[in-house]
Design a protein around this ligand. Structure first.
Ligand code: M6R
Length: 609
């Protein structure tokens, strides 16, 4: 959580810091602040609330200077207010720090520093850092930072400036991402790539416990032992337009409408259409090992966990390999029973989710081969996994994931089909048939998106309800979970996702005419079963909205409202059913006047445990 930006160069720092903060606002928006160093003085400005509040403050008078740090906060220790907002400084305003992460031993450090005469003003864990650096400072800021981070436990990404050692920004990370941008005679620092795309797409990824000393002309990076490192500068393919709203009211809506593109991106270069053959050169897992896999563990959090559940159905159906799915946050504390021939797949849009990183490390320790599905090149997960399959969604800014969900599903389809091909678990005619349907998907998604006006009408009808039940069965059960999550996270309306067949074991008690049900009921192999479940719901006077397959006349006699999806293969329906649910949640939230891209209490990547 939290976003860090930094600038050092010939230009005024404030506009660049503000621009970067706006690009990182998805990481947290409880408060924001900047610090600018000039003429041996550091000026700090900070405000509770979204970045616009800080911007308004700066309009009344912004500090001048060419070196600065900025921060947008997602509160962990200490409530969101001006005092707890970053940057934080030491006793004499000579050392200023922005921090992302949690310092777990901050209490004893704080007590020790107070006993030495340091004066604390906030409730944050972060505030120990400037004081610690101040107390370790001799005559070299980098050295003081190095000694200080040796004393702290927990996770951090930090940027530090000081009047005692001006002309540099010192940065380090452990468990939270930090990237250095390389410009011409200027350098940047940020938690994530979008913050610097306006200025450079040449970046260096800091690794765990590395320390960077950044001047306007370059950067010197050392490891935790002080050894100088030669780091590769990576060219990022994303451009700044990808991080703009491009005329849409919200990023979330833009991102939903980019889903056809995400599907095409995922198919491109992975399917040989002449031979109807999958080519997955990006996976370095040896073919021999694919043939020998005995079990797959898929680990993820939030919506990525739901794509993992869909993945279970697909892998088991196509490859016959048993799949176990778990939340990373649960798995990491379980007894890890990974066999030598088991494969671990981690799914994470950001590649920075703390629990998924911890699960990765636990699996690595257990000796498992690790394949990551992620969107972000250079992210911690992409760097630590043995193989990476990129989900090719492009930058996702809306806090509620949409297009990355589609990218993850597409990658899972392609990966499982590839495994099926290698293991010969389905014949070539079947592979050809699935490839044919995969290629049709962009067209089918286009049809669903063109029906947005129908969803708008439905949202107008349903936006006043306070509770919803989402039902799905088989491969669409995880989509019911995702539909419910989308609604609750952006509109704050209570919604429960449930397997349709399980509903009568409890949740049915909730149902009455105030509690509508959204049922995913495509014409697949469990169709009649779901119809029976819907009848049970209807018998309780509940309003039912169904997502059904085009041409299904029967359903319209049973439910109150129907949204029709085009016909596809059973295993591909999750792609077509999740999109109307994303749009439904979006339009309800929009009607309720919610800040769709920045839902309360949430942040895009959860980099703390
Ligand atoms: O970056 P990740 O895919 O690891 O993130 C996982 C979850 O934090 C994320 O999917 C979250 O649930 C979103 N708010 C869903 O919209």
């Amino acid at each position: 959580m939290c976003g860090i930006v930094g600038y050092i160069g010939p230009k005024e720092a404030v506009p660049i810091l503000l621009d970067g903060l706006k690009k990182l606002e998805y990481r947290g928006y409880d408060s924001a602040g900047i610090a600018v160093l000039k003429d041996n003085k550091i000026q700090i400005k900070k405000r509770k609330g979204k970045i616009v509040k800080l911007e308004n403050l700066l309009e009344k008078g912004a500090p001048k200077g060419n070196i600065g740090l900025g921060h947008t906060r997602w509160a962990t220790h200490g409530k969101p207010n001006n005092l707890n907002a970053h940057p934080h400084n030491g006793c004499n305003s000579e050392i200023v720090v922005v921090h992302n992460g949690i310092i777990e031993n901050y209490m004893p450090l704080r007590e020790k520093l107070i006993s030495e005469g340091h004066n604390f003003i906030s409730e944050t864990d972060t505030e120990v850092l400037p004081h610690l650096i101040e107390s370790n400072y001799q005559n070299d800021l980098t050295l003081a930072v190095k000694e200080s981070i040796e004393e702290i436990e927990g996770s951090y990404a930090i940027g530090v400036i000081s009047t005692r050692d001006p002309g540099k920004i010192v940065a380090s990370r452990c468990g939270s991402p930090l990237i250095i941008g390389v410009g011409e005679g200027e350098m940047f620092l940020a938690s994530d790539i979008p913050a610097m795309l306006n200025y450079t797409n040449r970046v260096i990824f800091l690794e765990e416990r590395e320390i960077a000393t950044i001047t306007k002309d370059g950067v010197k990076i050392v490891d935790s032992k002080g050894k100088i490192l030669e780091k590769e500068i990576i060219n990022i393919e994303w451009d700044v337009e990808m991080t703009e709203k491009s005329g849409y009211k919200h990023f979330m809506l833009k991102e939903i409408f980019q889903e056809t593109m995400v599907i095409r991106n995922n198919l491109e270069g992975r399917i040989n259409l002449t031979a109807n053959f999958l080519e997955l050169s990006e996976i370095s897992f040896p073919l021999k090992n694919i043939k020998e896999i005995e079990k797959i563990f898929i680990l993820a959090c939030g919506s990525s966990y739901y794509t993992a559940l869909v993945g279970k159905y697909i892998f088991e159906e196509l490859t016959g390999i048993p799949v176990e799915v778990d939340y990373s946050s649960e798995f990491r504390y379980r007894k890890i029973l990974l066999g030598k021939k088991d494969l671990t797949i981690l799914i994470s849009q950001s590649g920075e989710t703390a629990d998924t990183i911890a699960a990765l490390r636990a699996c690595r320790e257990a000796g498992s081969y690790i394949l990551a599905l992620t969107n972000v090149r250079g992210s911690t997960i992409s760097r630590e996994a043995d193989s990476v399959m990129y989900i090719k969604a492009g930058p996702e800014i809306g806090v509620a994931t949409t297009k990355a969900f589609i990218g993850q599903l597409m990658s899972l389809y392609i990966l499982s089909l590839y495994f099926a091909q290698v293991r010969n678990t389905i014949n070539h005619t079947e592979i050809k048939k699935i490839i044919f349907e995969l290629i049709k998907l962009p067209q089918l998604v286009e049809i669903v998106l063109l029906k947005e006006p129908e969803i708008i009408k439905l949202s107008e009808e349903f936006f006043n309800y306070h509770n919803f039940l989402y039902l799905g069965r088989g491969i669409n059960y995880p989509i019911a979970l995702e539909g419910a999550l989308k609604l609750k996270e952006i509109s704050y309306v209570h919604a429960e996702g449930y397997p349709a067949g399980e509903m009568k074991h409890g949740p049915i008690a909730l149902l009455d005419k105030t509690f509508p049900t959204v049922a995913i009921v495509p014409k697949d192999k469990v169709y009649t079963k779901v119809i029976n479940n819907i009848k049970e719901v209807k018998a309780r006077d509940t309003l039912v909205l169904a997502l059904a397959t085009e041409g299904d006349k029967e359903i319209s006699n049973i439910v109150d409202r129907v949204f029709y999806m085009p016909q596809t293969l059973d295993i591909l329906y999750p792609i077509l059913s999740v999109i109307p649910l994303q749009l439904f949640a979006y339009h309800i939230a929009n009607k309720l006047g919610c800040d769709v891209d920045k839902p309360r209490n949430l942040a895009k990547s959860v980099t703390v445990e």
